[in-house]
Ligand binder design. Structure first.
Ligand code: KIV
Length: 261
């Protein structure tokens, strides 16, 4: 019997307490969201990775609030059960907590998101606290921060040192205290992800951070074999690029065969 009770924010902590792993995939449109929802994915993240996999950019920085609202609304329309969370794009929350509240409010009101995700630790603890106080559920994001890619000089894993680990643990605990309901850990050492997961009550959702997180998230286009280059940690569950080009090639062949001459 298919489970149709919608996943809500408090359900994720309950899943952690009973040891049930949380599955998260990115989604950007209603059709794919519907398919992932039927497959039982717990959380659909409207990631600002859409700047790369949908808009063809080399990073996520060009994504605007209007892009995020539009794609979040589409994903919500395709979803019945999964919790839909939306990324706050670059410069939608870094400028001030007031901007963050206004923009996160748009994702909930206009996009229908159940929650928002913001990248970063110490500089955004107050912002997270203010968002949560305004009734906006927040997912944190530590480790590799794609919105800082130009500052970092590329998509680089954080250094595996004790100092970096200590800061990350401190920031993870501060985000939990500020009211974040879950925390994405991107490309951090597996041993550190395990430590953070054990110390926090809220669930951790890993990406390229080993198997010991409370859940796992991947970019759906990587998982489906749609992206030309995907990170080594992203297991491919299908090779849809060849399926799609073969189908399009067959269509072209059919059309060309039906000439009048
Ligand atoms: O934008 C995104 O898709 C993300 C995931 C990689 C966690 O933030």
């Amino acid at each position: 019997m298919k489970e149709t009770k919608p996943v809500r924010v408090p359900d994720l902590a309950a899943m952690k307490s009973r040891g049930e792993k949380i599955s998260v995939l990115t989604a950007y449109d209603a059709t794919m969201a519907g398919l992932f929802d039927q497959a039982g994915v717990d959380v659909l993240l409207v990631g600002d990775s859409l700047g790369m996999v949908i808009l063809g950019g080399s990073d996520t920085l060009e994504v605007t609030m209007d892009d995020m609202v539009r794609h979040t609304r589409a994903v919500r329309r395709g979803t019945q059960r999964a919790l839909v969370a939306a990324d706050m794009p670059f410069m939608s929350y870094q400028t001030s907590p007031a901007d963050a509240i206004r923009n996160a409010g748009r994702l909930l009101q206009e996009g229908g998101a159940m929650a928002v995700k913001i990248e970063g630790g110490q500089p955004f603890i107050d912002t997270v606290d203010r968002l949560v106080s305004a009734g906006i559920p927040v997912m944190g994001h530590l480790g590799l921060l794609p919105q800082s890619v130009r500052q970092l000089g590329g998509f680089k894993r954080p250094a595996d040192t004790e100092e970096v680990a200590a800061i990350l643990i401190e920031e993870a605990e501060a985000l939990e205290r500020a009211g974040a309901f879950a925390l994405v850990l991107e490309c951090i050492p597996a041993h550190l992800a395990e430590t953070v997961s054990a110390r926090l009550r809220i669930p951790t959702i890993g990406i390229g951070s080993g198997p010991r997180c409370d859940g796992q998230v991947l970019v759906s286009y990587d998982v489906l074999g749609l992206t030309a280059r995907s990170p080594s940690f992203a297991k491919k569950y299908a090779q849809l690029n060849t399926v799609l080009t073969d189908a399009a090639r067959a269509f072209v062949k059919d059309v060309k065969a039906k000439h009048d001459g």
